[in-house]
Write a protein that binds this ligand. Structure first.
Ligand SMILES: [Zn+2]
Length: 92
């Protein structure tokens, strides 16, 4: 009565690739069913896809970052020019 239908292990199919996933614990099986969890390989490719999406979303920021870099390069030139002027002052 206590054990009900739970055997040593339970399995369910991955909702993505239909691969059978085995569970040795009832609680992890129940959680997987509740969350509709995919198998390990699908979870990995999902993460890969998510990373690619994040990278794509990053791109507008990268343009802004490049602008910032060019601005700092401009500043660097300004500073350098200032230093050159100082040098000229010293040599004269
Ligand atoms: Zn899968």
């Amino acid at each position: 009565m206590r054990k009900r239908h739970w055997k040593d292990r339970k399995n369910r199919k991955c909702p993505d690739c239909r691969k059978v996933i085995y569970y040795t614990r009832k609680d992890s099986f129940d959680r997987a069913v509740g969350n509709n969890t995919v198998c390990k390989s699908c979870a990995q490719s999902d993460r890969k896809l998510a990373m690619e999406t994040i990278e794509k979303m990053k791109q507008p920021k990268t343009v802004e970052h490049k602008k910032k870099i060019s601005h700092s390069v401009q500043k660097w030139w300004d500073d350098k020019r200032e230093i050159d002027w100082q040098r000229l002052d010293h040599s004269n």
